[in-house]
Design a protein around this ligand. Structure first.
Ligand code: FES
Ligand code: FES
Length: 884
């Protein structure tokens, strides 16, 4: 041990530490400076832990305290507070660079170290300085903007007051900073792992080392006597169903007698410290009887394959779709293309690991079990936990969330933390590593698709067939929803009179698949949009013109047979045309030499508001004439808080600070459904408008304008608003039925360079033309599009999750500042007939069309058609060698 003297945020401190103590733990655990975050497993990969030591940005996870005697340390908390922020914090908030905010403190500290030395960095210098700071939400565009804005502030060329939008600028269509952005920029927003409890236990989970096996025996004797260990918990200790039931009751909190995939949870060890819990977990011995391992649908569908779940066949869901007579139409088509496409398993990759904490409030059997995590559907997840644990009195609180992108439509760590809190009767912190988080969360499903697409001699689409098989992994989770959504949006932006499709969901021993940004449409759009280009080429028609001329029109029907009444897609084709022509012209300069440039496009008509969707929102006029909104509308970084606040301020003519949000506590809110499927603006925003209209009508009727007046008139001050979409289901035999109430339309254009010698593809620029209705907050909208494009390019070129092999951000190939590219957004604002003040939602659609735009651009550049994502250099080289 050694005494070390440090100055931390200007305060002199001394510590006695051993050789292993790292600065990250000292800051977070000893000093409770939790603004400094951890994303990777202390491998120097994420930069979330960046602080400044003696003027230099360092990874605090790799910095030994024992070497810091006399050092000056600055953390994000040392820069400023929400009342008195540092100019860099102001710049990040005003530039719209803060979405989930998990990366933000590290980004801000890296920025400070850069600007202290170089007050006016160019893009290259910014990318270099922030190269080791990861962000999953922003696509890095607005972070670079923020660094530049901070430079201007610090150089005295601008002030925050000059840049900050004012109430008099209006509330809708104005980029007012997000209500929680400054809290995040100051490191004060509490994420689950930041929450401490008196007397908390830390837990570690013993997970299966087998892909498929019967559990023969569990030996915990050695573990139970180890230092600090309080006890162990198995499935037998869980009093409820022990099933986290989304649709099928197939996923246990802890496995009973069988494991179905690598990393399945078997047992929990609780101890006084995390290190003790982990050491004891490593001492548990489990004996298995191995079963045949089936990682692919082909193996699980083979004759005589072992059934993975006794209660459900391996092919656990089938949904056909039949519109018209596709076989006949394809046979009669003047042109037809046929191909097989494959997409990879992918990780949603939120930067925050799967942390969850839980405790009991009160005593005995009446105690309330409080679970704090980053669910995007706290009421549904509360109900799942009640059933799984056999404990009725449950409250779910949504902590700040380090992104989610679909991963938190399902819950996992919540089951462990909550069951342990009940069993051990002590507060529980379950803070898994990134590697463990990767094992325990559900992933984007891989799809295998056989498609045929036909057109007549005039270039009109005649028919489309898509026979697709979805690798569900060990659990169904939300696979049925993914297949249903893929079929609902199967025909994309186009009028296709004849459809024949079949979606099959197959259990395997791979990681469980589930929803991930886009949830089904990204996979089928890769096939359709590739086939569209193949067909256009065969017919000799320009791909953009082909899409414009085959656009669906009001009065025509989508793949489910439902007739649509509004389809503002052709305007986007016109809007992107000059950009497309410019890009094609520029690409011709790359005809000679090994590096070729190509331009690709792909489109989306992304459905908003599923048949049967519902949302409820309460609003209350407070005694000070502020309005409080009560609705469980999660905001893991998309900007829900802004949308609710800006709509309310607009409709009630209030300053934004007079709008308060209560959204994160299941006891205080109405259920609004998940913050998924790009539905929150349309559904929850719609219910909010309905509630506010009732309040306004009551005020008008009473001839009053404030709380006092309403009270005096004997009118309620609280109103419940609803938005309900007519219910209906796809016919199980034909896949015909209702469709979404509205769509958001999008065309993506990719400009890509391919090195034909190395096979390497590099995105130069993505352009996104979008019509989602009137824009509520331009910077938030751009942020969603930019983040989606960055994720989409990762999906197209690099990212793949391989169960058991992808363990960190390097093996995942997380997008960085170095892989970032230029982006441009083109906005059209056609008001939607049933939209929220005309608006829809934009969280997902760039994720749908980016990958096929990129692979179409690769084909345009060098002739290599990619059928199998991601488009790695090896696959591009192989396609070039085959002359495809
Ligand atoms: S936690 Fe330090 S770099 Fe990731
Ligand atoms: S804002 Fe960067 S990870 Fe979410």
């Amino acid at each position: 041990m050694k005494k070390v003297r440090l100055t931390i945020n200007g305060m002199p401190k001394q510590f006695v530490v051993g050789t292993d103590r790292v600065l990250l733990d000292l800051l977070r655990d000893d000093l409770r400076l939790t603004g400094t975050k951890q994303s990777c497993d202390r491998k120097g990969q994420c930069g979330a832990c960046t602080v400044i030591v003696n003027g230099k940005a360092v990874h605090s996870c790799l910095t030994k305290v024992i070497n810091l005697d006399g050092a000056e340390v600055i953390t994000v908390e040392g820069l400023g507070t929400p009342d008195n922020p540092h100019l860099i914090q102001e710049a990040f908030v005003l530039a719209g660079a803060v979405q989930c905010g998990y990366c933000t403190p590290g980004m801000i500290m890296a920025t400070k170290a850069l600007l202290d030395k170089n007050p006016d960095p160019d893009n290259g210098e910014i990318k270099q300085a922030l190269a080791h700071n990861l962000c999953r939400c922003t696509g890095y565009v607005k972070i670079i903007d923020a660094v530049k804005l901070a430079g201007r502030f610090l150089r005295g060329e601008a002030t925050p007051d000059k840049v900050r939008p004012d109430f008099k600028d209006g509330t809708l269509g104005v980029s007012h900073p997000r209500p929680t952005a400054m809290l995040k920029a100051c490191g004060l927003a509490e994420f689950a792992a930041d929450i401490q409890f008196q007397d908390a236990l830390e837990v570690a989970v013993v997970r299966s080392t087998e892909h498929h096996a019967v559990i023969k025996s569990i030996d915990t004797k050695a573990a139970e006597t180890m230092p600090g260990v309080i006890g162990v918990m198995t499935a037998k200790d869980i009093k409820g169903t022990n099933r986290l039931k989304m649709i099928f009751p197939d996923q246990p909190i802890l496995c009973e007698n069988k494991v179905r995939t690598l990393g399945d949870p078997i047992l929990v060890v609780a101890a006084e410290t995390k290190a003790q819990a982990q050491a004891a977990a490593a001492a548990v011995t489990i004996a298995y009887d191995p079963l045949p391992v089936m990682m692919t649908p082909a193996e699980a569908m083979a004759e005589g394959a072992v059934q993975i779940h006794a209660e459900f066949p391996n092919v656990c869901f089938r949904q056909p779709q039949v519109k018209g007579d596709a076989e006949k139409a394809l046979a009669q088509s003047a042109f037809m293309v046929e191909a097989e496409f494959q997409t990879q398993m992918n990780h949603q990759a939120p930067t925050e690991p799967e942390a969850c904490v839980a405790y009991l409030e009160g005593e005995g059997e009446d105690a309330q079990l409080v679970v704090i995590g980053r669910s995007i559907d706290i009421h549904t997840h509360k109900a799942m936990l009640q059933e799984a644990l056999g404990w009725k009195n449950v409250r779910y609180e949504e902590a700040f969330a380090g992104g989610q992108f679909g991963i938190k439509a399902a819950i996992t760590s919540e089951g462990i933390a909550a069951a342990a809190a009940l069993h051990f009767r002590r507060p529980i912190r379950y803070i898994p590593s990134l590697a463990e988080s990767m094992l325990l969360t559900s992933k984007r499903h891989p799809f295998s698709m056989k498609v045929k697409l036909g057109a007549d001699k005039d270039g009109r689409l005649t028919a489309y067939a898509n026979d697709f098989i979805v690798n569900s992994g060990a659990y169904e989770t939300l696979g049925i929803v993914v297949i249903t959504r893929a079929l609902q949006m199967l025909s994309g932006s186009y009028h296709i009179p004849n459809i024949k499709a079949m979606g099959q969901l197959v259990y395997t021993n791979n990681a469980a698949g589930s929803v991930a940004r886009g949830a089904g449409p990204p996979q089928v759009a890769f096939a359709l949009e590739s086939a569209m280009d193949m067909l256009a080429e065969k017919m000799g028609i320009d791909p953009l013109e082909f899409r414009r001329m085959t656009s669906l029109k009001p009065g025509e029907s989508v793949s489910t047979g439902a007739v649509i009444d509004q389809w503002p897609f052709e305007g986007l084709c016109d809007a992107i045309r000059p950009h497309y022509d410019r890009a094609k012209k520029e690409a011709t300069a790359f005809r000679d030499g090994p590096v070729k440039r190509g331009v690709g496009i792909a489109c989306t008509a992304f459905g908003i508001a599923q048949p049967g969707d519902k949302a409820t929102v309460d609003v209350e006029l407070d005694p000070d004439d502020a309005i409080t909104i009560y609705a469980a509308a999660a905001d893991p970084g998309e900007g829900t808080d802004s949308m609710l606040t800006q709509i309310t301020a607009h409709l009630m003519d209030l300053p934004m600070e007079k709008v308060h949000l209560v959204t994160r506590n299941s006891d205080q809110t109405t259920g609004t459904g998940p913050a998924a499927a790009s539905r929150i603006t349309y559904m929850v925003g719609g219910a909010l408008v309905n509630a506010l209209e009732q309040m306004k009508a009551a005020m008008t009727e009473a001839g009053v304008t404030n709380y006092k007046g309403l009270k005096k008139a004997g009118k309620p001050t609280r109103y419940t608003g609803k938005k309900n979409v007519t219910a209906g289901q796809l016919d199980p035999k034909t896949g015909q039925g209702p469709t979404f109430e509205s769509q958001v339309h999008n065309i993506q254009m990719a400009e890509v360079e391919v090195n034909t010698e190395t096979g390497e593809a590099r995105v130069i620029k993505m352009t996104s033309a979008v019509d989602s209705g009137p824009v509520i907050n331009p910077k938030n909208l751009e942020g969603q599009l930019e983040g989606g494009m960055d994720q989409g390019v990762g999906y197209a070129l690099r990212e793949e999750y391989i169960h058991g092999r992808t363990k960190d951000w390097v093996t995942f190939k997380f997008p960085t500042m170095k892989t970032a590219f230029d982006m441009e957004v083109i906005i059209r604002e056609t008001p939607r007939l049933k939209g929220t003040l005309g608006s829809t939602g934009i969280g997902e659609m760039t994720m749908v069309s980016t990958a096929p735009a990129v692979t179409n651009a690769i084909k345009d550049a060098c002739g290599a058609r990619i059928y199998d994502l991601p488009a790695t250099p090896d696959k591009i080289k192989a396609a070039l060698a085959k002359g495809e």
